[in-house]
Design a protein around this ligand. Structure first.
Ligand SMILES: [Fe+2]
Length: 284
């Protein structure tokens, strides 16, 4: 069976059938997938039946893997596979609840953020649980020249903690304590990032992690950030993924922001296995 790719939106995101990620992929097929990934930014592999070892083997082909979250939020025996879920066993959540609930690019509060993130849907809720993606190249290209000039060469201030970021809210139980425990220094990244493979420029700021602009007063910086975030979510710039059981979705954090849309009941179980690869330091 040959790879078949169908567009999911006008500009980016494709669905692939005819590929079984539980099998070893030959080099030609893998190169084709990498090419689609870089050009289309969101790749949805349909009808997958995979275990953590298969997810790890495929993910590793894209680079060294990150180890995220706490020990008890990862698959036993597979520490690079994190669990995102609202499921409880013996009264305790089995993974990270309400992960990614505001627009962001993964790990952009670190010097070397994530490159590819992969999510495999083991359980999906009857209602809700979508994931939205915003094309940050498209957002940058749609900016008026006057705004492009104002952000050229500027560095965004990025911060892990939700505390002190007026654009987000702590939504998970015990979240305040969690963010105090995880508090870290601000990290500066260029607000306009060049994709290392395609050379395309894109915005590299997000409501979740970008809290200011280096060397610019908040009186000017905050309205400017609001304007950039509005371009990011403009009609036609967003793809909303409605999950089907067996979807394996990977995306390029160098090109996109994303968010988990939520909207499901706590007894309507969503269970995702997540892997992600460490990327390069963003450059202008
Ligand atoms: Fe995320």
């Amino acid at each position: 069976m040959a790879l078949n790719a169908q567009p999911l939106s006008d500009k980016f995101a494709v669905a692939i059938t005819g590929v079984d990620l539980s099998k070893e992929l030959d080099q030609e097929l893998f190169d084709e997938i990498v090419d689609i990934f870089v050009r289309k930014q969101v790749v949805v592999f349909r009808d997958q039946h995979i275990e953590p070892q298969h997810q790890l083997a495929f993910s590793r082909k894209f680079g060294p893997l990150e180890m995220l979250f706490d020990d008890d939020q990862r698959v036993a025996g597979f520490p690079e596979v994190a669990i995102l879920s609202n499921e409880k066993v013996a009264g305790k959540f089995i993974g990270v609840v309400a992960a990614g609930d505001f627009w962001h690019s993964d790990q952009s509060y670190r010097k070397t953020p994530s490159l590819a993130t992969m999510l495999y849907a083991h359980k999906i809720p009857k209602i809700g649980g979508d994931t939205e993606f915003a094309d940050m190249h498209g957002a940058y290209e749609s900016l008026p020249d006057e705004i492009k000039k104002r952000i050229e060469g500027r560095m965004g201030i990025n911060q892990r903690s939700k505390l002190g970021n007026h654009r987000v809210a702590v939504t998970r139980e015990g979240g305040e304590e969690y963010y105090q425990r995880k508090a870290a220094n601000n990290v500066l990244h260029p607000m306009v990032r060049t994709h290392p493979v395609t050379g395309r420029k894109g915005l590299y700021v997000s409501p979740r992690f970008t809290v200011g602009i280096e060397g610019m007063d908040d009186a000017e910086a905050q309205p400017l950030l609001d304007t950039l975030f509005a371009y990011q979510t403009a009609p036609g710039n967003v793809y909303r993924h409605k999950w089907t059981l067996g979807d394996f979705v990977m995306w390029d954090n160098r090109s996109l922001n994303h968010q988990a849309c939520g909207g499901y009941a706590m007894d309507d179980i969503r269970l995702m296995h997540r892997t992600s690869t460490i990327g390069d330091e963003p450059f202008a």
